[in-house]
Write a protein that binds this ligand. Structure first.
Ligand code: G6P
Length: 603
C-alpha cells in the first residue's frame, strides 16, 4: 500500500528516486521521504507530508549528492500522516535508514522490548521497529543484521535498507509484499512496483518471499539464481498493474482487501478479534444496547449487511440510514446508543454531517474508514481502518469487501463482550480467515462472467433480488451496474417482487437472483419461480454443489460455501465483475463514469 524506490549505481541517485516516486503517486499517497548517502557516507534525509508532485520544483532545487539512496511514498494504514511517521525510518544513532511496504503485526511487542533495551523511538509508525532491530544485531555487516532482525518480525514487508556503517550497499528483502530489482547498466534499482522504474529499465528480477538481495554498485547476490524477466507493459498499463482499468485491478485485489482487513486482528483459538482502534472505548461499548449505522452509496450497503450481522450475532438492536437522510432526522438517542459511520474516503459530506450531529448529542461515535487521517477518522471517538489501500476507480469495489470483513470482526468483538459463545466466535473467525482463498477462487470465474455479460449486454433493464444478508448485495449489484454501464438496474428484497416489480417482468427483463444455500434459500427459489412463470430470464448465484437450481434458473454462477453471515463477501464479487464486463462491452468509461465522482465532499 506504499511505494518504494531504491537506487545504487554511478548516477546521482536523487533525481532517479524522485522520478520513480512521482510515477507511484497515481495511487494517492499522503507523505513521502528520501535518504541518499553521499561519497562521505553522510545521509541526506528528507521527509514530508503531502504530494510529491506539489513539491517537485522545490525538490529539484535541492542539491543532493550521492549515488545510493532509497525513497518511499506512504499511504498510511496506522499512525497519523505526519513528517515523523513518513519513511525512511532510522535507528537511534542515525546509521541505518529503511523504507518499508507492509504491516508489522507484532510491532507493539517488539517496540516495548526494544524500549526496555534502551532504544529511543521517534515516530508512531510500526516500521520504525525495523531499523532499531537491525541496529541491535548490527556488527558491521548490514545483510547479516537484516537477516537476524527479520527472523523476529511477524507480518508483511518489502524493505530497502542502507547504512552509513556498511556503505556502498543496498539490502532489500521481501515477505508477502512485492519487491523487484531493476537491472540497468552499472546500476540497480529496487522498487515495490514496476511503474517506478519502467522508464529506466525493463529488465527485472522479482524477489520471492524470504529472499534478501544484497546490491553493490557493480553486482548483487540473492539466495537463489533468479531468471531475468522482460516487462511487456507500457508505463500506463503498469500503473494499473497490467489491467486495462483500475476497477478491474481493484476487483482483483478483493481477496487482498479481506486479508488486509483481518491480518493480525483475528484470533482463531480465542474465538475473538483484536481491534486496536477500539481499545480506548472497549469498556464503554459493553454498555451499548443500540447501534446506528450511517453511510452513503456502497458503504451504506455494507452498513445494511452489518445490521444483519450485529443483530443476529452480537444481539444488539441496529438501525441503518443514509447520511443525507439521517442528518435531517430527529433521532432519539441515549447514552446506551453508539453511532458507526462507514466511509471509504472518510470525507463524504453527508456522512460527516450526520457524524457531527451525533457528536452534538454526545453519543459515542465510531468510524470504519479506509483513508488514514481523513476527517471522519479524526472526528470519531474511535474506529477501525479497513486497510484496503488506495481505491482509484470511482465505483467502490475492494473497499466494500474491507468494510464487510471489518463489520464481521466488529460483530465478533461486540458479540464476545456479550452472549456469543467461544465456539461461535471460533467458527466465525476461522471461516473469516478462509475467505481470502475462497475469494481468489471466485475471481477465477471472471472469463465465465465475461461470457455471461456478452450474452446479456443488449438487455436494458435488470432486477437484482436477494434476501436477508444478500438483500443489500442485490442493492450493491444493481448500483454497480447502473453507475458504470448506465443501464437501468434495481435491487429489491425477493419478497417485494409481488408487491409491484413483477408487473414489469417479461422476456426482456432479466433477474439476477442471489440465492446461496442459506436460511432463506427456499424463499428465494419461490421468487425465482415467480419470475420464470412470467417469462423473465434468471441468472442465479448459488452455492457450489447445488445442481437443483439449474432446473429453475437459466444460468448459474457458483460461489463456495461459507457461513451465512459471510456469504455477502463472496456473492458480491461476481456482481462486481458482471458490472465491469457489461460496462466494458458497452464501451463506457469504466473508471470515471459520467456525472459521478469518487468522493462527494459537498451536500
Ligand atoms: C461516491 C462513490 C461511491 C461511494 C460513495 C460513498 O458516490 O462514487 O463509490 O460508495 O461515494 O463514499 P465513501 O467514501 O463515503 O465510502
Amino acid at each position: 500500500m506504499c511505494g518504494i524506490v531504491g537506487y545504487i549505481g554511478k548516477k546521482p541517485a536523487f533525481p532517479i528516486l524522485l522520478s520513480g516516486l512521482k510515477r507511484l503517486e497515481y495511487r494517492g499517497y499522503d507523505s513521502y521521504g528520501f535518504c541518499v548517502l553521499n561519497a562521505q557516507n553522510e545521509p541526506f534525509l528528507y521527509k514530508r507530508i503531502g504530494r510529491i508532485s506539489d513539491a517537485e520544483k522545490e525538490l529539484l532545487d535541492l542539491k543532493v549528492e550521492g549515488n545510493i539512496g532509497e525513497a518511499h511514498t506512504r499511504w498510511a494504514t496506522s499512525g497519523a500522516v505526519t513528517n515523523k511517521n513518513a519513511h525512511p525510518h532510522f535507528d537511534c544513532s542515525k546509521n541505518i535508514f529503511l523504507v518499508h511496504n507492509g504491516i508489522i503485526e507484532n510491532y507493539q511487542e517488539l517496540k516495548e522490548k526494544l524500549i526496555k533495551e534502551g532504544h529511543k523511538f521517534n515516530s508512531e509508525c510500526d516500521t520504525e521497529i525495523l531499523p532499531h532491530l537491525i541496529e541491535k544485531y548490527f556488527e558491521g555487516n548490514l545483510e547479516e543484521a537484516v537477516r537476524k532482525a527479520l527472523r523476529e518480525v511477524k507480518g508483511t514487508y518489502g524493505i530497502a535498507v542502507i547504512s552509513k556503517k556498511d556503505p556502498q550497499k543496498l539490502v532489500a528483502a521481501r515477505f508477502s509484499s512485492p519487491l523487484l530489482l531493476g537491472m540497468g547498466q552499472d546500476e540497480t534499482l529496487v522498487a515495490s512496483d514496476p511503474t517506478a522504474i519502467i522508464t529506466h529499465t525493463r529488465q527485472v528480477i522479482n524477489l520471492d518471499d524470504n529472499e534478501i538481495a544484497v546490491i553493490n554498485p557493480n553486482n548483487f547476490f540473492i539466495l537463489k539464481e533468479k531468471p531475468l524477466v522482460q516487462i511487456e507493459w507500457t508505463p500506463e498499463e503498469a500503473e494499473k498493474g497490467g489491467y486495462p482499468h483500475f476497477m478491474l485491478k481493484e476487483i482483483m485485489e478483493e481477496p487482498e482487501a479481506i486479508e488486509n482487513a483481518i491480518r493480525g486482528r483475528v484470533m482463531v483459538e480465542d474465538g475473538s478479534v483484536k481491534l486496536g482502534g477500539l481499545d480506548v472505548i472497549a469498556e464503554k461499548l459493553r454498555e451499548i444496547n443500540r447501534l446506528i449505522l450511517v453511510a452513503c452509496g456502497t458503504a451504506h450497503y455494507a452498513a445494511q449487511v452489518g445490521e444483519y450481522m450485529l443483530e443476529e450475532y452480537a444481539g444488539i438492536s441496529c438501525e441503518v440510514d443514509i447520511g443525507s437522510e439521517f442528518r435531517y432526522r430527529k433521532p432519539i438517542v441515549d447514552e446506551k446508543t453508539a453511532a458507526i459511520f462507514i466511509s471509504q474516503s472518510g470525507e463524504t459530506a453527508d456522512t460527516l454531517a450526520a457524524l457531527r450531529e451525533m457528536k452534538k448529542k454526545g453519543i459515542l461515535t465510531l468510524g470504519i474508514t479506509n483513508v488514514v487521517g481523513s476527517t471522519q477518522a479524526r472526528e470519531t471517538d474511535a474506529g477501525v481502518y479497513i486497510r484496503s489501500g488506495p481505491e482509484i476507480a470511482v465505483a467502490s469495489t475492494k473497499a466494500f469487501l474491507g468494510q464487510l470483513a471489518t463489520l464481521a470482526m466488529f460483530t465478533v468483538f461486540l458479540g464476545r463482550q456479550r452472549d456469543m459463545a467461544l465456539v461461535m466466535g471460533k467458527r466465525i473467525v476461522s471461516e473469516l480467515s478462509k475467505l481470502p482463498e475462497l475469494a481468489k477462487k471466485v475471481l477465477k470465474l471472471a472469463p465465465e462472467i465475461e461470457k455471461l455479460a456478452k450474452k446479456y449486454k443488449d438487455f436494458k433493464n435488470f432486477w437484482f433480488i436477494g434476501r436477508k444478508y444478500n438483500f443489500p448485495i442485490a442493492l450493491e449489484g444493481a448500483l454497480k451496474l447502473k453507475e458504470i454501464s448506465y443501464l437501468h438496474a434495481e435491487g429489491i428484497g425477493g419478497g417485494e417482487l409481488k408487491h409491484g416489480p413483477l408487473a414489469l417482468i417479461d422476456e426482456n427483463f432479466p433477474t439476477i437472483a442471489i440465492c446461496p444455500s442459506d436460511s432463506v434459500y427456499e424463499k428465494m427459489c419461490s421468487n425465482i419461480e415467480e419470475v420464470k412463470a412470467r417469462g423473465g430470464p434468471v441468472i442465479a448465484l448459488a452455492t457450489e454443489g447445488n445442481e437443483e437450481i439449474k432446473k429453475i434458473a437459466d444460468e448459474v454462477i457458483y460461489i463456495p460455501k461459507t457461513l451465512e453471515m459471510l456469504t455477502p463477501i463472496l456473492s458480491v464479487i461476481p456482481l462486481h465483475l458482471f458490472a465491469y464486463y457489461m460496462a466494458v462491452l458497452l464501451g463506457k468509461d469504466v473508471d470515471k463514469p459520467r456525472n459521478l465522482a469518487k468522493s462527494i465532499v459537498v451536500e
